[in-house]
Design a protein. Sequence first.
Length: 131
Amino acid sequence: RRRHTRFRNVTGVQTCALPILCHPNGDNFHVTAGLANLFGMKAEEMTGYGWTLPIVQEDRERELDRWKKCVAEHSPYHAVYHIHADNRTKRIETSAKAVVSESGELLFYFGTCRELPVMPEELERHGKGRH
């Protein structure tokens, strides 16, 4: 834990994975304080599809379409995308898996979100964290 804290203090990057829970329709329904903090939002703002609001313009539509397709097909979701939060660009990795009943009914999605280091060329492309 101390190593993670030291890394976060030096780099500004959150290294631990934060849990996400979503309804069968894809709406985010459980947001931890850590996840809300990572996205620079209040937990209640992230429910439903609110989590997509900080995603940078060039990533938002693509990721929302991918997420909806995965939910419709009950398939796993894995993505790396960029958000603007806390006056900077953050690179986020999200992975989620469908939890399905024995009869094949989608019960919910469970997954994790974490911040990855942003490469210098990505900062140029995404406006160095401007909103």
